[in-house]
Design a protein around this ligand. Structure first.
Ligand code: UDP
Length: 339
């Protein structure tokens, strides 16, 4: 069975492609390389012994997308292609709405036209904002996202709910908490692009001497050590959830199935805990300074991922320290390639 993976050379996309190939799906990737590199395709082949079909273009190019659907008997899609920098989305909102939503709609139009079902959408826990209660389950009320990036995820979810209902399509929305880590082969991971915004890439680059010091954004939160809490989920565990979600969609007879799952570990870790775990796991030093809170940051977010365990038979398996070891190995790989 052929699955279209948009953004399949990106961070989570590439790990998911590996899991799909390992489960004998055929994979057709469309990725415009705006946040990836062609060598990721070679590395996927090195890991799996299989080379996915790859088309390098922007999904806003409808005519090219049509040709992909003409050429392959696509029977499902996992949609990763999107811009994802929260801060950038606030200064370039139109680029975010255009890129993240037009490309999504173009794929959905092809699904509608060709009567294809089985669509998985990469969503995010940002759709919950600062939830009133922890842990966050799928019934936790959504709050208006603060960033334009977050709004594209909320709008994407709304588009897919309507799509499922109106056209009788099987859809799954996966709400990721904080993905971290790299493939155990150190051949896939998050590629650096400028100064990292996310915690773990910044910690890693600080340990590698690329950044002088980590800034910890606030130690006056109402948490045990005063730093903010998130749910850090290992990217390979996350990738496996996509295969489980896809298999469930394929096997269901309900033509308007709309599944929603939180993908997290169920455990929150503070910024300081992550820094310490990284130091211990990799026997390195991460210099840091405490700074004022970052605008828009919430205090605490961690998942209740029981629904995914119950219905997908999936759960996060990799401990934080192990995930942080793979990040460090990936950093060494990047250095070996001068990246
Ligand atoms: N954080 C930090 N320094 C950094 C980057 C992040 O202290 O250089 C903190 C941030 O304030 C938040 C946590 O680490 O509390 C996770 O941030 P990230 O941007 O990785 O994810 P998100 O805020 O989207 O959950």
């Amino acid at each position: 069975m052929s699955i279209l993976v948009t953004g399949g050379l990106g961070y989570i996309g590439s790990h998911t492609v590996v899991e799909l190939l390992n489960n004998n799906f055929e994979v057709v990737i469309v990725d415009d390389l705006s946040n990836s590199e062609k060598f990721i395709l070679d590395n996927i082949e090195e890991i799996t012994g299989k080379r996915p079909i790859f088309y390098p273009f922007d999904l806003k190019r409808k005519e090219l997308l049509e040709q992909v659907f003409d050429a392959h008997h696509v029977e499902g899609c996992i949609n990763f292609a999107a811009y994802k920098a929260v801060g950038e989305s606030m200064v370039k909102p139109l680029d975010y709405y255009e890129n993240n939503l037009f490309s999504l709609i173009n794929v959905l139009q092809e699904f509608k036209k060709r009567n294809i079902s089985n669509f998985i959408f990469s969503s995010s826990c940002t759709v919950y904002g600062q939830a009133d209660e922890m842990p966050i389950d799928e019934n936790t009320p959504l709050k208006e996202a603060e960033s334009s990036y977050g709004k594209t995820k909320q709008m994407g979810e709304d588009i897919l709910k309507d799509f499922s209902k109106a056209y009788h399509k099987k859809v799954c929305l996966l709400r990721y908490f904080n993905p971290i880590g790299a493939h155990p082969t150190a051949l896939l991971g998050e590629l650096p692009s400028g100064i990292p915004n996310n915690l773990v890439p910044y910690v890693t680059q600080t340990a590698a001497g690329i950044r002088e010091k980590l800034s910890i954004w606030g130690d006056d939160y109402p948490t045990e050590d005063g730093t903010a809490i998130r749910d850090y989920i290992y990217v390979v565990d996350l990738a496996k959830a996509h295969v489980a979600a896809l298999q469930k969609l394929i096997n269901t007879e309900n033509e308007t199935a709309l599944d929603i799952y939180n993908l997290g570990t169920g455990t929150g870790s503070s910024v300081l805990e992550v820094v310490k775990a990284f130091e211990v796991a990799n026997d390195v030093n991460v210099p840091y300074q405490i700074c004022p809170r970052r605008e828009g940051d919430i205090t605490i977010a961690y998942a209740n991922a029981d629904k995914a365990e119950r219905e997908l038979n999936w759960k996060s398996e990799t401990p934080l320290e192990e995930a942080l070891k793979t990040t460090w190995e990936w950093q060494k790989y990047l250095r070996s390639r001068d990246l």
